[in-house]
Design a protein around this ligand. Structure first.
Ligand SMILES: [Zn+2]
Length: 68
């Protein structure tokens, strides 16, 4: 997956991400994984097969950075 930055106004809970198993874009579920010094780390889960479709770290200021 290509790292991408999204504008801070796009803070939607239901993001579409490509699932590595289903091979389609799915409306992933967001789950809090870790609370890190640089922000909260979330993972995105496929609602159909529960695969991890990606992770993100969200800072308090709303900046979002994909790391996988
Ligand atoms: Zn899936």
């Amino acid at each position: 997956m290509v790292p991408q930055r999204q504008p801070s106004f796009q803070r939607m809970e239901a993001s579409l991400l490509a699932c590595p198993k289903c091979k389609v874009a799915v409306p992933v579920r967001k789950r809090l994984l870790l609370i890190l010094p640089e922000g909260n780390k979330y993972e995105y889960l496929c609602p159909q097969c529960s695969s991890t479709c990606g992770t993100t770290i969200e800072k308090d200021d709303g900046e979002r950075r994909f790391i996988s």
